[in-house]
Design a protein around this ligand. Structure first.
Ligand SMILES: Cc1ncc(C[n+]2csc(CCOP(=O)(O)OP(=O)(O)O)c2C)c(N)n1
Length: 350
């Protein structure tokens, strides 16, 4: 072990943790005025994501589609809170766990379900599937299957914003596992060097597939990695959607004003396995139950009730969401599969 008097720094991490952190209980507080309106809107958006994911899970279990399918259930407050801090013309780039981010950017749930089912009416004509949602019109730049690879793409998007002298911002989502990939470090380095308007959001759900963070991260706090690149950083809980929106907005506004990128680590938890084929036996029932008690969707519901929103208004939102999804599923099921000749289209850019 090197020592300080030999002219090298001592290591600061003396003992590694052998457990993942459990969520802190945050008391429910009343909200009013604009905050209450925003929370109501964001509750509806989280509800749409939760029910969409349940619809996708059911269709998968019924064998209506196969391949990879990574659900966002439990993490909704991160995507919804963070993306409410953006303008409509801003950019988003995501991972294979992209359903929630895509819905939040306004991609049509019917086109997304059709994509899952591999139909021609899907958001990318049935050729991408669950991991590759994309929409040029909505500046939703994917859906990417290579862990961490898209972090460098986000810096490329940031560069194009600066080059074109626009005042947009790009949010890039990834998991803590991606923070160990080379492209993450390359992306952060260039974003800071060139002062790019990119907010890197690490959705730390504490597991990379079945590997807990204490077996993959040399330093448990991912946000500290920003220090190496002279970048703004923050680390907070993703349990309260309003809190996430307010915190992320600060960094988005700063990036838009030319103050450069930030690395934000937002703690969260996925209630399901890594993907539909993962029974998640590496987690204890107690751990899962502890996190479920802090369900961000339930928290938003309870806060709204506490803040005087009538129960019937929330029930109406629930039935509107189910109606939209029923129609979306019907559309997806009735749609045609792409013809075999589609194998030869979209291979090269025109
Ligand atoms: C470069 C690369 N290596 C390995 C994989 C296989 N893989 C898919 S998801 C995943 C775990 C990533 O975990 P994390 O980044 O924490 O995101 P989470 O799934 O928890 O959202 C791995 C190893 C991959 N897709 N790409």
């Amino acid at each position: 072990m090197p020592t300080a008097d030999q002219g090298v720094l001592l290591r600061t991490v003396k003992e590694r943790s052998h457990s993942i952190p459990l969520p802190e209980e945050i008391p429910i507080k009343k909200v009013q005025g604009n905050d209450r309106d925003l929370l109501l809107k964001m509750y509806g958006e989280m509800l749409m994501i939760r029910r969409f994911e349940e619809t996708a899970a059911k269709a998968y279990a019924q064998g209506k589609f196969g391949g990879f399918c990574h659900l966002y259930i439990g993490q909704e407050a991160v995507g919804v809170g963070a993306l409410n801090a953006l303008r409509e013309d801003d950019y988003v780039v995501s991972t294979y766990r992209d359903h929630g981010h895509a819905l939040q950017r306004g991609l049509d749930p019917a086109a997304l379900l059709a994509e899952l089912l591999g139909k021609k009416t899907g958001i990318v004509q049935g050729k991408g599937g669950s991991m590759h949602f994309f929409s040029k019109e909505k500046n939703f730049m994917g859906g990417h299957g290579i862990v961490g690879g898209h972090v460098a793409l986000a810096s490329g998007i940031g560069w194009s914003i600066r080059y074109n002298k626009k005042d947009n911002v790009c949010i890039c989502f990834f998991g803590e596992g991606a923070a160990n990939i080379g492209a993450f470090h390359e992306g952060l380095n260039l974003a800071s060097l060139w002062n790019l308007p990119v907010i890197f959001i690490c959705e730390n759900n504490h597991y990379s597939m079945g590997t807990p963070e204490y077996r993959s991260l040399s330093v448990a706090d991912v946000s500290i990695r920003a220090v190496a690149y002279d970048m703004a950083r923050d680390h907070f809980s993703g349990g309260d959607v309003l809190d996430v929106e307010q915190k992320v907005k600060k960094y988005v506004d700063a990036a838009r004003a030319g103050e450069g990128p930030a690395l934000l680590e937002i703690s969260t938890y996925r209630f399901r396995g890594h993907s539909m084929s993962d029974p998640a036996k590496y987690r204890t029932k107690d751990e899962v139950e502890t996190y479920k008690k802090m369900d961000p969707l339930r928290r938003a519901y309870d806060t709204l009730m506490e803040s005087g929103i009538p129960e019937k208004d929330l029930a109406r939102m629930e039935s509107e969401v189910s109606h939209t999804l029923e129609q979306a599923m019907e559309f997806a099921e009735k749609s045609e599969a792409p013809p075999p000749s589609d194998l030869y289209t979209d291979v090269y850019a025109p």
